[in-house]
Design a protein. Structure first.
Length: 44
């Protein structure tokens, strides 16, 4: 399925913050789940 104008992608800055959250051992599992979701939407 092709990405159209309503397709959303995670920005580089958000992806960087999400990566930091996943590496931080002090964050909650809910935070890590949201961060992983953001990274899964990042352009490859």
């Amino acid at each position: 399925m092709a990405c159209n104008s309503s397709c959303r992608r995670t920005s580089k800055s958000v992806a960087s913050k999400a990566s930091s959250i996943l590496r931080d051992g002090r964050t909650s599992s809910k935070s890590k789940s949201v961060a992983a979701s953001a990274l899964s939407q990042r352009k490859k």
